[in-house]
Design a protein around this ligand. Structure first.
Ligand code: UDP
Length: 492
């Protein structure tokens, strides 16, 4: 398949990641994978504050020699009622301000159009985040295709397609009333409150969600960071139901193949010395460590964080815990754990952790995760089974896939979505330390059930590396995408 695109030069992909770290990181990986194929130049459009946050990644790319260029469009934070420098989901003062961020993103259209017209190398394709519903119109004016990258998996996207189509969430009498999610090969009960914001019927979000949906329908296709073995049949179902091209091209994090420290450059500036983290992991027994993280946005109420800390200690397993954002609790934990006279077999990372590097280490045997799609996929591609603690967005859908459909997870058992940190603070601690310790035990357990889960996870890891290698299905899907863009260009 490769030979048919070899020799073809100068395709130009323009990538416009949605304004959030966990959207931008895999988009940069996609840029990298595209640029690694001969004859493809990539431009990644970012805003200055987002670029500053991801400086390590951008610097890493700069040293790679790959034909990837970053361009920065100023973001009108203050104009749309956001604090100065607030340019992403990660820095929103409250989740309810997401529509302000969205309004700001609309103002990027004109400067982007000007930028695209000025390009020495004309754009051949746009790949953009889902919250840019105006990009298909821009692409059409340029006569090029436009693909959307939601950052979700095929299973979640297929569930969302069915929700849009059959609208069962609108018939539920309350946000917490469970209903059957239609169109699936198995029974799946969920409540509106556990769904992405598009289906929560929140008046404040309605206009944004409707526009985003219209934009999705106008896209030429969908890029999915996933691989078919992990979500068997769901990309095909989504393609058949939506009539769109669906290209599974992941796990894109596997583009960091060249070494352990190399992986540490993915994302924000680390809050731990990567070599120290590796030394710590190297000193642990194989599959003995549990890694705990709630992603780039997830936060729990203070009491819940403390309860989690006690639960982890009670599990009596070594752990790495990346804690995000709640400084007072972080300090409390640090002090409590250090003064607690416990066996210090833990590493607290107060801020950004080298997640892919950690998950890839043989000492890691389990991941307590909020089920963000990147984290889910990174865990599966490293062969690490998960304990699932979904918080918001499509994470309850991902939990269903991990725990029930493919059997590589144990559910902690949370029923309530934590949409905002403010809400988390109100909710207090819903999951008790005994439950946490018990779930960790089940996850790390060496008996039959645990071994079977581990065996499956390892199988997924082997399939993941196969799928992105030459001749694998994700590799070939990327080739097809490039060919499709090349064919469309030759017709112009
Ligand atoms: N991540 C990381 N270090 C951290 C926290 C997050 O490298 O300390 C990365 C993680 O590897 C993943 C992304 O940030 O690629 C989080 O994305 P995910 O979809 O899992 O969750 P979200 O942040 O969107 O809730």
């Amino acid at each position: 398949m490769e030979s048919s695109i070899a020799g073809r030069r100068d395709l130009h992909f323009v990538l416009i990641p949605w304004l959030g770290t966990s959207h931008t990181i895999p988009m940069i990986d996609i840029g990298r994978l595209l640029a690694e194929r001969g004859g493809v130049t990539v431009t990644i459009v970012m805003t200055p504050a987002n670029a500053a946050q991801l400086k390590p990644t951008i610097d890493h790319i700069a040293t790679s020699g790959l034909p990837i260029r970053f361009v920065f469009l100023p973001f009108p934070s203050v104009e749309v009622g956001l604090p100065e420098g607030c340019e992403s989901m990660d820095s929103l003062p409250a989740f309810d301000m997401m529509p302000n961020l969205y309004d700001g993103s609309k103002l990027l259209r004109q400067p982007l159009e000007e930028l695209l017209r000025e390009q020495a190398l004309a754009p051949s394709c746009i790949i953009c985040g889902a919250y840019y519903p105006w990009t298909p119109a821009v692409a059409r004016e340029l006569g090029i295709p436009c693909f959307v990258f939601h950052g979700f998996g095929s299973f979640a996207l297929f569930c969302m397609h069915n929700l849009y189509r059959y609208r069962p969430h609108e018939r539920a009498s309350s946000p917490t009333e469970p209903f059957l999610l239609p169109g699936l090969p198995f029974q799946f009960e969920i409540a509106r409150q556990q769904l992405p914001v598009h289906f929560q019927l929140l008046p404040h979000f309605m206009e944004m969600c409707n526009e985003v949906r219209e934009g999705e329908l106008a896209m030429d296709g969908v890029l999915v960071n996933s691989f078919d073995d992990l979500e068997p049949g769901y990309a095909e179902r989504l393609a058949a139901a939506s009539g769109k091209k669906v290209c599974t091209i992941g796990p894109v994090s596997l583009c960091y193949r060249s070494g352990r420290l190399d992986m540490a450059d993915r994302g924000k500036k680390l809050s731990v010395d990567a070599s120290r983290c590796l030394d710590w992991l190297d000193s642990m027994k194989p599959r003995s460590v549990i890694y705990v993280s709630f992603g780039s946005l997830g936060s729990l109420a203070s009491e819940q964080l403390m309860e989690l800390g006690y639960g982890l200690l009670a599990s009596n397993r070594p752990f790495i815990w990346a804690i995000n954002g709640v400084e007072a609790v972080e300090e409390w934990m640090q002090e409590k754990l250090e003064k607690g006279g416990v066996d210090p077999k833990f590493l607290l990372i107060l801020g950004w952790a080298p997640q892919v590097m950690i998950l890839s280490h043989p000492a890691v045997g389990g991941f307590l995760t909020h089920c963000g799609w990147n984290s889910t996929l990174e865990s599966a591609s490293a062969g690490v089974p998960m304990a699932t603690w979904p918080l918001f967005a499509e994470q309850f859908l991902n939990q269903k896939l991990i725990v029930d459909a493919v059997g590589i997870g144990v559910a902690v058992g949370v029923k309530t979505s934590m949409r905002r940190p403010e809400q988390a603070a109100e909710e207090g601690s819903a999951v008790k330390r005994e439950v946490i310790a018990e779930v960790v035990e089940r996850l790390m357990d060496g008996r039959e059930e645990g071994e079977e889960r581990r065996r499956r996870a390892k199988e997924f890891a082997a399939k993941a590396s196969k799928t992105v290698a030459t001749g694998g299905s994700s590799y070939d899907n990327m080739t097809r995408l490039i060919q499709l863009v090349a064919t469309q260009r030759s017709r112009r």
